[in-house]
Structure formats: structure tokens, C-alpha cells
Ligand binder design. Sequence first.
Ligand SMILES: *[C@@H]1O[C@H](CO)[C@@H](O)[C@H](O)[C@H]1NC(C)=O
Ligand SMILES: *[C@@H]1O[C@H](CO)[C@@H](O)[C@H](O)[C@H]1NC(C)=O
Ligand SMILES: *[C@@H]1O[C@H](CO)[C@@H](O)[C@H](O)[C@H]1NC(C)=O
Ligand SMILES: *[C@@H]1O[C@H](CO)[C@@H](O)[C@H](O)[C@H]1NC(C)=O
Ligand SMILES: *[C@@H]1O[C@H](CO)[C@@H](O)[C@H](O)[C@H]1NC(C)=O
Ligand SMILES: *[C@@H]1O[C@H](CO)[C@@H](O)[C@H](O)[C@H]1NC(C)=O
Ligand SMILES: *[C@@H]1O[C@H](CO)[C@@H](O)[C@H](O)[C@H]1NC(C)=O
Ligand SMILES: *[C@@H]1O[C@H](CO)[C@@H](O)[C@H](O)[C@H]1NC(C)=O
Ligand SMILES: *[C@@H]1O[C@H](CO)[C@@H](O)[C@H](O)[C@H]1NC(C)=O
Ligand SMILES: *[C@@H]1O[C@H](CO)[C@@H](O)[C@H](O)[C@H]1NC(C)=O
Ligand SMILES: *[C@@H]1O[C@H](CO)[C@@H](O)[C@H](O)[C@H]1NC(C)=O
Ligand SMILES: *[C@@H]1O[C@H](CO)[C@@H](O)[C@H](O)[C@H]1NC(C)=O
Length: 509
Amino acid sequence: MELNLLRVLSLVLLNFPADLFGYVVIPSTNPLAVGQNVTLNLVPPSNINVGTWSHETSVIVIFYPNGESVTNTYKNRVTFNRTSLELSIRYLQLNDSGQYILQGTNPDLNAAIPLSVQEPISNVTLRANAIDLVELNNTAVLTCSTSSGTSLSYRWLNGSSVVTASGVVQLGEGNSTLTLNRVTRYDEGPFRCKVFNGISNETSQPIHLNIRYGPSNPTLVVNPNMGPGNTAYRTASNITLSCSAQSNPPASYMWKFNGAFLKEQSPQLTLQNIRVNQTGNYTCLAYNNVTLRYAIINTIINIVEPITVVVLNSFGKLPILDESFTLRCEVTVPVDHIHWLMNGKLLPLNNRTGYSMDNNSIVITSIQFSDSGKYQCEAFNAVSNMTSMAYTLVVNYGPLVVNISLQGPTNNGTGFKYTMTCSANSQPASEYQWKFNNQSLLKPGTLLVVDKSVKNIGNYTCVATNSVTKIKMSKTISLDFTEPSPAPPIQCSFGLMLMLLIALSLRFD
Ligand SMILES: *[C@@H]1O[C@H](CO)[C@@H](O)[C@H](O)[C@H]1NC(C)=O
Ligand SMILES: *[C@@H]1O[C@H](CO)[C@@H](O)[C@H](O)[C@H]1NC(C)=O
Ligand SMILES: *[C@@H]1O[C@H](CO)[C@@H](O)[C@H](O)[C@H]1NC(C)=O
Ligand SMILES: *[C@@H]1O[C@H](CO)[C@@H](O)[C@H](O)[C@H]1NC(C)=O
Ligand SMILES: *[C@@H]1O[C@H](CO)[C@@H](O)[C@H](O)[C@H]1NC(C)=O
Ligand SMILES: *[C@@H]1O[C@H](CO)[C@@H](O)[C@H](O)[C@H]1NC(C)=O
Ligand SMILES: *[C@@H]1O[C@H](CO)[C@@H](O)[C@H](O)[C@H]1NC(C)=O
Ligand SMILES: *[C@@H]1O[C@H](CO)[C@@H](O)[C@H](O)[C@H]1NC(C)=O
Ligand SMILES: *[C@@H]1O[C@H](CO)[C@@H](O)[C@H](O)[C@H]1NC(C)=O
Ligand SMILES: *[C@@H]1O[C@H](CO)[C@@H](O)[C@H](O)[C@H]1NC(C)=O
Ligand SMILES: *[C@@H]1O[C@H](CO)[C@@H](O)[C@H](O)[C@H]1NC(C)=O
Ligand SMILES: *[C@@H]1O[C@H](CO)[C@@H](O)[C@H](O)[C@H]1NC(C)=O
């Protein structure tokens, strides 16, 4: 009879609309661990005439004015307070999870709460399909497991950051596996998995992946470093080429010079007391014996003899006015370029000055006085520069005009004498020779002194010779100290006519 009544009541109550009048059921704890106790209370508290507490569709207790009846299966696990309607359930098990519903009439209400009973997590273990992997070749699969625990959720950590799924990172098996497709060097971890449920959490031991990669990004540094773009080194210096590449395990190194292997098998190649013939293409090969991959990097080294001697000399003949002249800068080692200086300033090249790179010389096609000065050449190559001693350019010329000045007669106590002084403008100074009536006097020098004597009357010629220009020029004067006879009448002689004609023709030339 009582059972029938219960059934009728519960059928009526179960068909009530839910959550009437804003009543809620508040559990003492939720979620709960297996074995725990829970107390369920109605909020706000209310007096209900007739009602039930149920778990999902099973009635736990039915209550009515001044009484209650607990279903047999719950009898020794449940305490019910008819006044407060509080329901306590002890020793909860996993299958006690689910909706707990309080339904009543007078007032009419229906309030429910889902309870979750969970097993605590223990022994979280992380395993990898392999620890030693090759970059881009292998896939890592990490599996997170527990010995116990229910309602598990997983979080993956790489170091301290959370791993989320992306193109190459996949989470599977309810997030309990992490798959890294085609691992990279940045996937070494440490990886950990953290397992959660409502009542506990636990983090696995870390796993480090040993990703074998490279060699990649090879670099080649030459010491000493001569600055960007400068590959030139002086002969006899010592240089070290240092090669490195990102590689796991560390790469082994080999070297080539102009394509031929060298004996050296270390990351450093030291070249001592270098010679010009070591100029060329140096190659570093980095090799990873696990990935079986190579990385290669080249550098060009130029070994240049420094300039130690620069001599500036005239080439061919000496500088002569209006003639061409060559200055040659002599350097014993190859040079890149030569600067020409005149009186300490860069020589302005003009249409008379030509520069020839072949033999490091300048040619002045027609020397002018303005070309006089101190010349220097400055030779440059990649490792040195040097300036020559000065070459003083003096323009050689002339003689242009020869003059004879006649002084006297003067008496210095040994009789009356005439002094003839010959001069000529030339560079270098001319040498002078005297002739008397076209007979050489074998008397060099600018001065010629003759006695005032009838035998010395005649034509004196001074011949000026420039030893450099090889130009000879002469001037003749007549010495005649007899009393002048009365002037002869001017006769239009044939001889005079001829002289006039010659003079005129010379003027018109
Ligand atoms: C559950 O209640 C019983 C009886 O009151 C008590 O003995 C036990 O310690 C409680 N369990 C927990 C986990 O509180
Ligand atoms: C039942 O609940 C009422 C009201 O909260 C309280 O006064 C009473 O002591 C409780 N009865 C038992 C047996 O705990
Ligand atoms: C922890 O889990 C591993 C693998 O699941 C198992 O081999 C081991 O015995 C477990 N340890 C304990 C204490 O449960
Ligand atoms: C797996 O984790 C993601 C967040 O990383 C979460 O959105 C998803 O619901 C989880 N899946 C499962 C089955 O727990
Ligand atoms: C994990 O569990 C510890 C106790 O073991 C707790 O202090 C901590 O708050 C929990 N962390 C999370 C995120 O639940
Ligand atoms: C180069 O190295 C050798 C041997 O270590 C040393 O004797 C020499 O002085 C070095 N030369 C220079 C220019 O540093
Ligand atoms: C240097 O040699 C390597 C091979 O050894 C070659 O690949 C490279 O082109 C060369 N570089 C130059 C600038 O000649
Ligand atoms: C450079 O020349 C020297 C002799 O002058 C020779 O001994 C050496 O083998 C040469 N080095 C190279 C790389 O050709
Ligand atoms: C690879 O090279 C490393 C050092 O670079 C060495 O220790 C290892 O023995 C080598 N392994 C093989 C398989 O040659
Ligand atoms: C990596 O993969 C490539 C192509 O699949 C293969 O040729 C190579 O042998 C692999 N390397 C290693 C070290 O397994
Ligand atoms: C050289 O240049 C000067 C002016 O700078 C000019 O007067 C002269 O005619 C030029 N000579 C030749 C041969 O071009
Ligand atoms: C010439 O060489 C000296 C060192 O000998 C250096 O200090 C100077 O800078 C060089 N001059 C030029 C223009 O390269």
C-alpha cells in the first residue's frame, strides 16, 4: 500500500516542470572523491508537505507530513532531516555521479544538482616513442597515462609554455597523446603532461627529446678581421679561419683550398707566415655523422705583398722645354693604383699630361715652365701605401739669346784692356767658347779680356752651348778702336743693296 502510494506520488512529481520558483540544491562539496560524504540542502529553505529526493530516476527518500521513507538500497548510507530536508549520503562511489533532484508539492518545486564522484589521479607517466630523433625526418609521439583517475583532462607543457594543437602538433586520445610531426630542433622540450580532474591533479616527469639536426647556418670568420669587404692580408702574417655550424651532434669539419682537400680537420684552419700563392678560395665543410648532412661555406683570401720601395725617376731624356718627358714610378710589388703629387698636391692632369697604368708612368707631351716643381708618386695596394722621394723637375731650355757686353778700355796698371762678357739665358747654364775671327781661342768661360792692341782688332764670337738641350747659339761683335775716319759718302753699292734686301726678306719671314 505504502509502495503504491510512493509510485503514484513519484510519477506525479517527476512530471513537474523543472526549477520551479528559483529553488536550488547546494551540495557540501562537488566534485567529490570516491569514499567521501556529501550533504545536499535546498536553498532557500522551505517547508514542503510531500516530496522526494532522487538520484537520476531512482528515488532515495520520499517524505510526507510528519514522516519519510528511505528506499532500501540507500537505507544504511543516507540520513534525511525531515525538518530541514537535508540529505546526507555517505561513502560515495563512481556510480553515485549524476543528477540529484528534490521535488515537492505545497509549495511546488523541483530543484536539481549534478554531482561528480571521481577517482583521484595517481602515477602520471609520460612516455615517448623515441628520444633520439632526426630533425624533419622523424615524428615524436608522447603518451601520457595514469594508474588511476577518472574524468581526466590533460594539459601539455613545453618548458613552461602550454602546447596547443597546430599544423604539426596534434593532440589525440582525449588529449592524452601529443604528436610532433617532423620534429625540429626547437622541439627538444622538456615536455611534461599535467593531468587534472575535479579533485586532483598531477604532473609527469619531464622528457627531453634529443633532436639531431644540422649542420645549418654555417659561418666562417677570418681573424684578424680586416673590416667588411676586405679580404686582403699581408704576406708573412698569420691568419685563422674559424668555421662553425649549428649541429647536433656537433659537426666535424674539413677544409678545401681551391677545391682540394687540406689535411686540417678541426673547426679552425690556421695559416702561418702566409705567401702570395695561398691566395684563393677556402671552403669549410661541416658534417653531421648522424643526419648525414653537410653544410658548406666559402671565403676568398687575398694575400698581398706590402709595398716597401717606391722610386720616382725620369724615364728617357731629361725634361726639355716643348719636348715630351716621362716620369716613372717604380714599385717592386703589384700595386692597385698610383697617385701623382706635384708640390704635395694631387697632380692635375691636363691635355698635355697622360697617365699610363701599364708602366706606372706619366708622360707630359710638351713640357712648359709651369711644369716645374717637386713630383712624388704614391703607390697603393690592398695592404699598404708608400710615397716616393721627391723628383724635382727643372725645365731645361735654351740658350734662347746670346749677349756680349763690351767694357773698356780700362787700365789696371798693366795696360789698357777690353773686357767682353758673354751671357745666354738657358737651363742648365751654357758652356761658353770664344772665337776670334772664326778661329777658336780654346778659351772657355763667360769672360774674355783682350789688350787694346791693333792685332786684337776683329770679330769676336761667343758660342753658348747647352749640354742638355744640345742647342748651340752664338753672337759676334766687332772690336775696332782705331780713330774713325771721316764718314765715307754713302754709295749705293751693289753690296749695300744686297744687304738691305736680305734684311727686308728676314723681316717678312
Ligand atoms: C563519512 O561519514 C561517516 C559517518 O558520519 C564518518 O565516519 C566518515 O569519516 C565520513 N567520511 C568522510 C570522508 O568524511
Ligand atoms: C534537522 O534540522 C533542523 C533545522 O536545521 C535542526 O534544528 C535539527 O537539529 C536537525 N535534526 C537533526 C537530527 O540533525
Ligand atoms: C605507474 O605507471 C606505470 C605505467 O603505467 C606502471 O608501470 C607503474 O607500475 C605504476 N606505478 C605505480 C606505483 O602505480
Ligand atoms: C583537448 O584540449 C583542448 C584544449 O587544448 C580542448 O579544447 C579540448 O576540449 C580537449 N579535448 C578533450 C577530449 O579533452
Ligand atoms: C593541483 O593540485 C594541488 C594539490 O595537489 C593544488 O594545490 C593545485 O591548486 C592544483 N592545481 C590545479 C590547477 O588544479
Ligand atoms: C706567426 O706565427 C709564428 C709562429 O707562431 C710566429 O713566430 C710569428 O711571429 C707570427 N707572425 C706574426 C706576423 O704574428
Ligand atoms: C669556391 O669553391 C667552391 C667549391 O669548393 C665553389 O662552389 C665556389 O663557387 C667557389 N667560390 C668562388 C668565388 O670561386
Ligand atoms: C707556395 O709556394 C711555395 C714555394 O714558394 C711552395 O712551397 C708552396 O707549396 C706553395 N703553396 C701553394 C699552396 O701552392
Ligand atoms: C659522430 O661524431 C661524434 C663527434 O662529432 C662522435 O662522438 C661519434 O662517435 C660519431 N658517431 C658516429 C656514428 O660516427
Ligand atoms: C631523412 O629523410 C630523407 C628523405 O626521406 C632520407 O633520404 C634520409 O636518409 C633520412 N635521414 C636519416 C638520417 O634518416
Ligand atoms: C689644351 O688645353 C688648353 C686649355 O686648357 C687649350 O688652350 C689647348 O688648346 C689644348 N691643347 C690641345 C692640343 O688640345
Ligand atoms: C697609408 O698607410 C698608412 C700606414 O702605413 C695608413 O695609416 C694610411 O691610412 C694609408 N693611407 C691611405 C690613404 O690608405
